[in-house]
Design a protein around this ligand. Structure first.
Ligand code: BTN
Length: 314
């Protein structure tokens, strides 16, 4: 019933609708309508109530499953969970289909790469895509590169902002972090059982208060934007890229996902420091090879191939 009321408010497109009207349409009392609305407000939905009725604020930003094309994507929305990675992992293990998407309004234990905390307050776009590609684990990197490439493309297309990709998977705008990507994979019999791609995009939140090197779209554009539009545009872009990365030949035509990604990176040609749990390397980032490894021309002239790590621009 709660969802039906939310849907009714959504359908009225941000116009006020009276409690009596909702109660008649849904066959429940006005008091019951109010109780459900109260619950929705507690869950974080912005709904105003006045003598004329109820109004959903920012219907364009709503991320509820009924706002999406259910034929294309299986969207699961949670007002508050620990991490979309945890929920997605459970769902993937319990036979969630390929292209299931777990979205949260808030995460209490959002996590980043190298087990760092990821601040996930309301207003950001926090989601994980469950993928079940027919690929050997060694080629899973392609999905990560495709995801960051598609995110940069989406942001440029929708907002004309200069989004670039920092190796391996951060999205930067003017040197500040707008988004981060995290992937988790499980394998069976040398094939991928699932690979989950988590994306944290600062949209209408204000991350810079606690993270001086982070930025949100709202900070950049000075206005709130629709997270739903971003999610739909990104998913469509990503879905169209997926068939092209399923070529199982490591040297096959689809090594060009990296070539495409390189057009959006700000890393190549930069002086960088790469930190891993074992070492720190400095040098000039000269290339990213067809397996996604960063080629670093070290200060001693020797080239080093780096497959993971945290990248800092010098
Ligand atoms: C990073 O840059 O360190 C990666 C950040 C990834 C954050 C996203 S938010 C959605 C998903 N759920 C999480 O707990 N983490 C990822």
């Amino acid at each position: 019933m709660k969802e039906k009321i939310l849907k009714r408010l959504f359908v009225s497109g941000g116009e006020v609708i009276s409690g009596v009207q909702i109660s008649i349409e849904l066959g429940i009392s006005r008091v019951a309508v109010w109780k459900h609305i109260k619950k929705l407000i507690e869950e974080g939905y912005e709904i105003t109530s006045s003598s004329k009725g109820y109004k959903l604020i920012n219907p364009d930003d709503l991320l509820a499953p009924f706002c999406f094309d259910n034929e294309k994507y299986h969207i699961h929305f949670f007002p508050k969970i620990s991490s979309t990675m945890d929920t997605a992992r459970e769902m993937a293990r319990n036979s969630a289909p390929h292209l299931t998407i777990v979205v949260a309004e808030e995460q209490t234990k959002g996590r980043g790469r190298l087990n760092r905390q990821w601040l996930s307050s309301k207003g950001g776009l926090w989601f994980t895509i469950i993928l079940k590609p027919d690929l050997p684990p060694v080629l899973s990197f392609r999905v990560n590169f495709a995801a960051s490439l598609c995110l940069a493309k989406t942001l440029r297309k929708l907002f004309k902002i200069n989004a670039s990709v920092k190796w391996p998977n951060d999205i930067l705008v003017n040197g500040k972090k707008l988004a981060g990507l995290l992937s988790e994979m499980e394998t069976k019999a040398d094939m991928i059982s699932f690979v989950n791609i988590g994306i944290g995009l600062n949209v209408n939140n204000c991350p810079e208060k606690r993270e001086p090197n982070a930025v949100s779209i709202k900070n950049i554009l000075n206005k709130k934007v629709s997270r739903r539009e971003i999610l739909i545009t990104f998913l469509d872009e990503f879905k169209s890229e997926l068939p092209r990365i399923y070529d199982k030949d490591p040297n096959g035509k689809n090594k060009d996902i990296i070539e495409k990604w390189k057009k959006y990176t700000s890393t190549i040609g930069r002086q960088v420091t790469i930190e891993t749990s074992e070492s720190t390397s400095n040098g000039l980032a000269v290339d990213v090879d067809s397996s996604g490894a960063l080629i670093l021309q070290q200060d001693n002239g020797i080239k080093k191939r780096i497959i993971y790590g945290d990248c800092f621009y010098g």
